[in-house]
Design a protein around this ligand. Structure first.
Ligand code: LLP
Length: 431
């Protein structure tokens, strides 16, 4: 029933998230509201960190991919847990700067970073820029030269791997807008060009094969291909110190999902890396990973208030809630599946199949299609589970709907991490 260990039921029979009563949260902060279990986020950070320490003997670093969920509070948690940070835009970088994140542990991604973004990165001392292409390489070298700085770089490489996931979140194959390709020789050319650039310092290689992946095999394959490439670079006189293997580990959204154990995954990949290092006679690089979803998704739930139940005899029953695609666009974008519980009575027996609909002016604005739920009525609080990743970070103001607040629960105590937007916020940039 519970897809996340954050959830429990208290003595009143009410759903708790991170030990805090969901109905009390809905009353205090209003609905819709994103609720995040800070303790579980921290626990996930530690699982990754410990596994990296264990399997790479401390020669590794976990970077949290902040695109999954970013705000100053989250960045502070990542800092306190000793992880690095993956940012992918000036906005994510700015959040890190404002949260006093150690810049040397920031890796800046993106397939079309603007000059302003690159300048901000160089000025603020971002540790490493993950360069996407040759145009960016030239732009970055000029910016670094003008500022009298030397910048650490690695290229994003397409290792030519098809991971089995939604095509919109599959990124390691040759037909992808991201990175430089291995099999065409583009990647090798890019490194040779970079080697000539005075203000750039090559530190590593990077790949990310996709997201919400359940198999270990594509990750092992990617690690092996990338190690082979490091050996090829060595033969060309280019020394690689770091190998960044990206993120992408799947999480449990619905009860039937079976995600891999992250420690087992890291162990399996580490074996491949060590084996290829020995075979090819190369030094073990420092290993970086960039989990996003698997750090925060299960730690989140969104609470909505049910406005009404519309029964269309012999067709479908729509249960409408006070949020929808503006706060969670993942159903309309990817057909993503979610699980939900009646927060005021999560143990009630499911009895009827319904569809949970949002409030946007769009027929496709659904949160969950066909889910068996207990009897639902107007005024009930519905908890949609595992919404901690790519919900708040992908939320929009469609229909000029203010974005919901983010409430973090720590030690069973809820507190506001991001305020609810107001109508004034909605019009504040209108001239
Ligand atoms: N590193 C790089 C370079 C990435 O592009 C991504 C995700 C990650 C790390 C983190 O991947 P994760 O561990 O979160 O799977 N909006 C989509 C997901 C897009 C992911 C894009 N890149 C969704 O809602 O499913």
């Amino acid at each position: 029933m519970f897809v996340s260990e954050s959830l429990s039921v208290d003595e009143r029979g009410v759903l708790c998230i991170g030990g805090a009563n969901a109905i009390d949260i809905a009353k205090e902060f209003g609905t819709p509201v994103y609720v995040m279990d800070e303790d579980l986020i921290r626990k996930n950070c530690r699982i990754y960190k410990d596994a990296m320490d264990k399997h790479y003997g401390g020669n590794g670093l976990v970077l949290y991919a902040s695109k999954a969920f970013s705000c100053k509070r989250m960045v502070k948690i990542v800092k306190e847990e000793g992880l690095g940070l993956d940012v992918v835009s000036g906005g994510e970088l700015y959040t890190a700067i404002k949260a006093d994140f150690p810049m040397e542990k920031v890796y800046f991604h993106g397939n079309n970073k603007t000059e302003d973004e690159l300048s901000l990165a160089v000025t603020s001392g971002v540790g490493t820029i993950v360069v996407d292409n040759i145009f960016e390489l030239e732009k970055l070298n000029t910016i670094a030269e003008n500022k009298g700085k030397t910048v650490n770089i690695m290229f994003r490489i397409k290792p030519g791997i098809d991971a089995h996931t939604h095509e919109f979140v599959m990124t390691g194959q040759i037909d992808s807008k991201f990175g430089v390709a291995l099999e065409t020789g583009e990647a090798m050319e890019a490194y040779k060009t970079a080697k000539q650039m005075k203000n750039l310092n090559i530190v590593g290689v990077h790949c990310h094969i996709g997201s919400q992946i359940f198999d270990i095999q594509p990750f092992e394959h990617a690690a092996s291909v990338m190690m082979g490439f490091i050996a090829d670079l060595k033969a060309e006189g280019i020394k690689i110190e770091q190998m960044n293997l990206g993120g992408g580990y799947g999480i449990k959204y619905v009860p039937e999902d079976n995600p891999i154990d992250y420690d087992a995954y890291i162990e399996a990949v580490s074996k491949v890396v060590k084996k290829v290092a020995a075979e090819k006679g190369i030094e073990m690089p420092k290993i970086l990973m960039e989990p996003g979803r698997s750090i925060v998704a299960s730690a989140g739930a969104t609470l909505y208030k049910i406005g009404g139940v519309k029964e269309i005899p012999d067709v479908r029953t729509y249960v409408s809630v006070d949020g929808g695609m503006a706060d969670n666009p993942r159903f309309i974008m990817y057909g993503s599946k979610y699980h939900a519980l009646l927060a005021n009575n999560p143990l009630a027996q499911p009895e009827k199949e319904v569809t949970i609909a949002g409030k946007c002016c769009e027929s496709g604005d659904l949160l969950i299609k066909d889910i068996k739920m207990p009897k639902l009525k107007a005024g009930d609080i519905l908890a949609v589970l595992a919404t901690g990743a790519y919900n708040y970070s992908m939320a929009s103001n469609y229909n000029r709907i203010p974005r919901p607040p983010v409430v973090m629960v720590s030690g069973g105590k809820p507190s506001l991490a991001v305020k609810r937007e107001t109508y004034e916020d909605i019009i504040k940039n209108d001239i």
